[in-house]
Design a protein around this ligand. Structure first.
Ligand code: GTP
Ligand code: MG
Length: 198
């Protein structure tokens, strides 16, 4: 299933400048370089809609995309990457925190987790923040190019185990690779269900 239309709306440094027409939003959050912008392009099926880079810290603002003239995809800057200079990181952190705390149209946040690495403290902390704020979210494992290899499965199981220490039930889980084009259908179906209010 493909979307009929897509367009870039704009990049905004502050939540109060973001579109406020009450259009339902789905946002992509996660550590710098986890593959947020790549997954957004894969989901929208448009190469180059959001800018991607090998260097962490590429997405520096809150980027809005209109899909089917009906809902927004929001690409956020990343958190937690040690190689991103500290001042820039804290600016990103403020944008992300303000966005999740203030966005009234956010239907669901996609929290992207790198399937290639063991559970990361920064991600677990972020899930706790989402919990405290009561933000609806799902986990989207990225870069699972060779799923179901043992290493990916173990990382995902370990992440679930860590989350179970403070969460029950766990949020819904998706496994994706923008590179190998894995997992798009399930995400599209999920968005459609949320939009239908199921
Ligand atoms: P920031 O905007 O810097 O926070 O990064 P981001 O999370 O938006 O990541 P981005 O989409 O820019 O991708 C970062 C790097 O990961 C790029 O070099 C991508 O090509 C690579 N990448 C993205 N998705 C995949 C994937 O599914 N598999 C693999 N192997 N690499 C990927
Ligand atoms: Mg990005």
């Amino acid at each position: 299933m493909f979307f009929k239309s897509h367009r870039f709306i704009g990049s905004f440094p502050e939540v109060k400048q973001c579109p406020q027409e009450g259009v339902p939003e789905f946002a992509f959050a996660g550590r710098s370089n986890v593959g947020k912008s790549s997954l957004l392009n894969y989901l929208a099926n448009v190469r180059g809609l959001a800018r991607i880079s090998q260097t962490p810290g590429k997405t520096q603002l809150i980027n809005y995309f209109m899909i089917d003239e009906a809902w927004h995809l929001v690409d956020l800057p990343g958190y937690g990457y040690a190689k991103v200079p500290k001042t820039i990181r804290s600016g990103f952190q403020k944008m992300i925190t303000d966005y999740i705390a203030q966005s009234e149209s956010l239907k669901c946040l996609f929290l992207l987790i790198d399937a290639r690495v063991p559970p990361q403290e920064a991600d677990l902390e972020f899930t706790n923040k989402l919990g405290q704020l009561g933000i609806p979210f799902v986990l989207v494992f990225t870069k699972a190019d060779k799923y179901p290899s043992t290493r990916f499965k173990k990382n995902i199981e370990d992440f679930k185990k860590e989350m179970l220490k403070s969460w029950d039930p766990l949020p819904q889980i998706f496994i994706t690779s923008a590179e190998k084009k894995i997992g798009r259908d399930a995400l599209v179906e999920f968005i459609q269900d949320v939009m239908k209010g199921e």
